[in-house]
Design a protein around this ligand. Structure first.
Ligand code: ATP
Length: 338
């Protein structure tokens, strides 16, 4: 990963209600949700700082009403923040002109929402090609690109279907293909799988991780489901009452929750599901493991591999070289901790 963040958000506030700016100006930056409520205002996003690195899956997790959607809409300025600073590739979005914002959203950002709003009278192909049509891309090029995206999300052969002829999961795949068609640098996904039943949802999560392992997009992913956050995230930010109460890797959150509120979410998460190969590996010291996994593989996923005689599994980096080894005893200890 390069060290220049793709997205930086500094002290961003979004207060709904008349007199929001005045309330912020007269405060010393420590407006509580309660104080705002008493003033007849809603502090949907309060003093949020975050940095998203290129190629990272950054998950914003919080219960209903915690401010996730408002925050993510502020990041693309679909909602105007009350104050703060948002930098995309170092460019200050809050001082960008409307025309510049439209250009950025059209060419560099992709968005997928829970209610994905496919155009019902258009085929899968035309839906996926639609954002390219808006960009003015000529027909042959846009249809070729759309077909590639349709194949990428596993819907090859369905390009002449209409949305009503597809299942919920398939429709969501079309939404994903459509948002990927413009090859966004920054991809926002707001509860994209929440409307799907649990089995399909899990399948879509796997699919999403598979896609990301080849696409390496920078992703801001919203969910209210902590299990989903743990499965998908490189880092998670937990929101409550408009604030980020803790941000860190899934492992950091599970092993060191900063507040009782975070601990509530992590309490029932088995450590083996949160801890990944690259965290518990040891130096290889010349050992040559028979089996290998990527660094993101969780302990729970690795455990069945030890059922065979293997006592050692290698951990490889992105370019396939050996980073270290995981010992069966270390995995067994973590599995026994529940
Ligand atoms: N346009 C608006 N005017 C006033 N209050 C708003 C507006 N939009 C959102 N809010 C309030 O801001 C707070 C945060 O809402 P937001 O939709 O961002 O939460 P969320 O975490 O995305 O919730 P959910 O998971 O239910 O979508 C809520 O209290 C909500 O009622």
């Amino acid at each position: 990963m390069s060290s220049q963040p793709k997205l930086v958000c500094r002290d961003v506030w979004k207060i709904f209600g008349a007199g929001a700016h005045e309330a912020l100006q007269t405060s010393n930056g420590t407006l509580t949700a309660r104080a705002l409520h008493d003033a007849g205002l809603v502090g949907a996003v309060r003093g949020v700082d975050l940095k998203v690195m290129p190629g990272e899956i950054f998950v914003i997790m919080g219960l209903s009403g915690s401010g996730k959607s408002t925050l993510v809409r502020c990041l693309s300025r679909l909602i105007e923040p009350t104050s703060g600073e948002i930098l995309f590739n170092g460019e200050n979005l809050l001082t960008a002109t409307d025309a510049r914002m439209i250009e950025i959203r059209r060419h560099q950002m992709g968005m997928v929402f829970q209610h994905f709003a496919l155009l019902p009278h258009l085929t899968v192909l035309a839906n996926v090609a639609f954002p390219l049509e808006i960009q003015g891309v000529e027909r042959h090029t846009r249809e070729t690109r759309a077909l590639q995206m349709i194949e990428l999300v596993g819907l090859f052969g369905k390009e002449r279907f209409y949305p009503r002829q597809l299942s919920g999961g398939q429709q969501q795949r079309v939404g994903i293909a459509r948002s990927l068609a413009v090859e966004p640098e920054l991809w926002f996904l707001d509860e994209p799988f929440s409307a799907l039943d649990p089995l399909i949802r899990r399948e879509m999560q796997d699919e999403f991780l598979r896609l990301q392992s080849s696409l390496k997009k920078t992703i801001v992913f919203i969910t209210h489901d902590f299990d989903e956050a743990i499965r998908l995230a490189d880092r998670i930010a937990i929101m409550k009452d408009g604030e980020i109460v803790q941000a860190g890797t899934p492992e950091e959150l599970v092993l060191h929750p900063a507040t009782d509120y975070v601990a509530e979410f992590t309490r029932n998460v088995p450590r083996a599901k949160a801890i990944r190969a690259h965290t518990i590996m040891r130096p290889a010291d010349g050992l040559v493991p028979a089996a290998r996994v990527g660094g993101r593989t969780t302990v729970a996923e690795m455990a069945p591999m030890f059922a065979s005689a293997t006592s050692l599994i290698g951990v490889t980096g992105v370019d396939g070289h050996l980073l270290g080894v995981v010992h069966r005893d270390d995995v067994a200890t973590l599995m026994m901790q529940g």
